[in-house]
Design a protein. Structure first.
Length: 127
């Protein structure tokens, strides 16, 4: 008698769909998620330090908050984005698809560059 059980549909690389990916890739994906989480904590701490430790800038009463809020907001949102990316990557690996492109590095670069430019303006104006 012929085996009539249906096999899972193959992924793009010939592996069965929902196949368990190589554990090394799963661990690498998890390490990336944890790195994004550490980055988020560093952003939160930097934002809080700006408000709590830096002395006020003369003539610029809201400057510390203007520098701190984007960092704190990014630090608050980054773990959610990191989790979604971890989940998308894990899904792609299980189904034999290519890994999706990440927007997180681009977002991080844009916001940190904007805060750095704002910091430069605050320092130049305050001196």
């Amino acid at each position: 008698m012929e085996n009539t059980a249906s096999a899972p549909a193959p992924g793009h690389n010939g592996t069965p769909a929902d196949a368990e990916p190589d554990v090394r890739f799963t661990f690498a994906n998890e390490r990336t998620f944890l790195a994004w989480s550490r980055t988020a904590l560093a952003l939160l701490i930097a934002g809080l330090a700006i408000v709590q430790v830096l002395p006020p800038f003369p003539g610029l009463p809201g400057a510390r908050r203007m520098l701190a809020v984007p960092l704190i907001a990014l630090g608050a949102l980054l773990p959610g984005g990191a989790y979604l990316e971890w989940r998308r990557n894990q899904h792609a690996m299980r189904h034999g698809h290519r890994l999706p492109r990440s927007l997180l590095p681009r977002i991080l670069v844009i916001i940190i560059t904007a805060v750095a430019l704002l910091a430069a303006l605050v320092v130049l104006r305050g001196s």
